[in-house]
Design a protein around this ligand. Sequence first.
Ligand code: GLU
Length: 304
Amino acid sequence: MIDFQGILNNIHDDLKAQEVKGIVASYIPELSKKDVNNLGLFMQHVDGRSFSAGDAFTPFSIQSISKVLALSKAIAFEDNKIWERVDVEPSGNPFNHLSLLELENGIPRNPLINSGALVIADILVSHLENPKEDFLQYVRDISNDQTIKYNFKVADSEESTGFNNFAAAYLLKSFNNLNNSVEDVLDFYFHQCSIEMSCAQLSKAFYLFANGGKCMNNKQHIPVKQAKRINAIMLTCGFYDEAGEFAFEVGLPGKSGVGGGIVALLPNNFIIATWAPGLNPRGNSLIGMQALEQFTSQTNLSIF
Ligand code: GLU
């Protein structure tokens, strides 16, 4: 039997003591207030056991991790029609890169880069009656936790500085790949990114991707086939232009966010979330990646 608790404790203590911790994101001014010394780890096994270390229960800005949750909700509405508007290839470029979008006629490379996530946001704005309220309720339902909230200060902070996202949205609009107004889509997108969750809450939210589309309450939110596809997209596109490195070092599908969170999973086995706000030059949590590399090496649990 693997001593998951002992392994998490050791990883936590080892990395907490490490001096190089990366740099906290500052391009969204509200995010720059976080302390680089935070470190949380939470593991949820599909058999119900869970293990934690450090700041595992402190909510933080999930940012791009929300893109996976938005995709899973959009798939429930549009199924395969989504793939006419957004591709499923890794971009090999930073998350906010625009030139490929222009070259490829307004079809984003994948739903986990910003332009792709904006198309997914557009789909949700079209289908949800009260988009922001309904999406938050979906996240609460799949996490089995009604306390999850938006951070309006973070959403406002990004709304006043997110010029690159405005540029991407206008470009998509010019290629007729947004049905709603740029303002409505961005307002929804900035709010989805501002959701705050802890490592524990994220592990529970992502349970459905490790469990064939069923959440912890045993409700089928997406078909098994779509859970498989979302895991494939996380593996190939979940870490900006570092997806190859993450597969190489860690070997799990997952998604990171510039708030310093990472969530990764082994289907039918476990979900693990880490939070360490210092980022590496490619925008992924520096300590989080090291923690997950240590975890899959020490447990010998990865998809490879
Ligand atoms: N809201 C952020 C942005 O669009 C998300 C970035 C991220 O976490 O990768 O710039």
